[in-house]
Write a protein that binds this ligand. Sequence first.
Ligand SMILES: Nc1ncnc2c1ncn2[C@@H]1O[C@H](COP(=O)(O)OP(=O)(O)OP(=O)(O)O)[C@@H](O)[C@H]1O
Ligand SMILES: [Mg+2]
Length: 505
Amino acid sequence: MAIGVRTEQAVARAVAGAAESAEALHRALQAVCESLGWSLAATWEPDTGDVLRCTDLWMAPDPRLEAFADATRSLTLAPGEGLPGRVFASGEPAWITDATADPQLPRRALAAEADLHAAIGVPIVSGRGVCGVLECFGTDAVDADPDLLASMEVVGGLLGQLAERRRAEADVHLSDQRYRATLQAALDPVVTMDHRGRVIEFNPAAERVFGWRSDEAVGREMSELIVPEELREPHRAGLARYLATEEPKLLDQRIEVEAMRADGSRIPVELTITRIDVPGPPVFTGHLRDITDRLTNEAELRASRARIVEAADAARRKIERDLHDGAQQQLVGLAVNLRGAKARLAKGDIATTDELLDEAVEDLGEAIAQLRELARGIHPAVLTEGGLQPALRGLVRRSPVPAEVVAVPDARLDPAIESAVYFLVSEGLTNAVRHAGATQIHIEVTHDGELLAAEVRDDGAGGADLAGGGLRGLADRLAALDGRLTVVSPAGDGTILRAEVPCVS
Ligand SMILES: Nc1ncnc2c1ncn2[C@@H]1O[C@H](COP(=O)(O)OP(=O)(O)OP(=O)(O)O)[C@@H](O)[C@H]1O
Ligand SMILES: [Mg+2]
């Protein structure tokens, strides 16, 4: 058998037997040298800057070759330069009888030291054209052998296929890397399982949410890991049914279920299961989201709506009671007095008439005062007309405990925000008087163009909490404006009520 054909076969066997393309290439270079009885073979490929670099090299175990090999590995060649450059530029194979005699070869002197003489260069050709060069060196000067050169071109084609395979492997590797990076960075748990229901992937978010480490989770049955006990059988049956029929029932839909954590506690999750498109038995990936916060917020929203409605009803009942117990009683008394006065007047009893009329005037005055007070509690006219400045000063003036407005913006604000601040200050003052035993109260309202902050500070007993009616109502009122109430009230150290509301001016 011709030597070239043996080389073709050796290279084909080397390429077929290797699991990875890098290993295959190295074995191919060795097969070339050993079948030819030559000393060194290398491959060259263009890098991104279009100069050729050595991508792999095999040499016989001979120390004299090392300097030449080192130079080969570190050399860059422009197209047309050196043996690889010439072959790459022309796309044609080249045979050099004695490389040490060619003054144009950059490694000529080193070739002489390594006792390398004959050289062959053939293009590595893939479906995309010439993608590199294979060069081989032998220790004897040998004249060109057209049959061998033809076989070496076949070897160039085999290495071209290998280059394609390497490129495909690199693409897969890259997309795998990207997929892995996405999984690692995902904020939500992603759990992948095989057709037997066993976990094959458990990302960091899943570790965080479910409390299992990835190495504990992988390999275990997913249902016994994160599915609550009563749902396990339905889960297994669903998987078996899908495998038997391939008819999806739950795939690619968003469902809300309960999931279980390592400590046995349960959390509500939103789950989407997708079948990954891979050859072979099905693989499923579950994207989960812990929706505890969302459900809590929804419940809190429902509760606060209910409280607002209840507070409005309570306010109406209070007005009804105040009117009934206050002004209505005064007016009833007034009517009685006027009727009495009229009867006395008919009898000519001027003195009693006069007394009764005096009482009537007093009753009327009190009724007016009570109505005014009541109206102010519902919505102070001064707030509507003059804004926060005069309204807060009015509150401070009527406070039985000394109070001071440290700051308040001049500008008019959104009426709902003005009301919220007014009722905050009103409630803060009332609480400080009723519960705190305070001796001094400060009120400060500031607006930085985006956020309005209102504070009521007292120097009283502290210990305020949101469990009561007044402060809870304020918190709800502020929440409805996207704002919030904070209460700082350590025992014995005064109270700070602070409201913050977004308010763009
Ligand atoms: N400034 C304060 N200093 C000390 N304790 C306070 C202060 N403000 C409130 N508290 C305490 O916090 C509780 C809750 O206050 P909140 O205003 O919510 O309800 P309330 O004043 O008791 O009733 P309402 O405001 O509905 O008339 C009060 O009962 C009181 O014990
Ligand atoms: Mg109160």
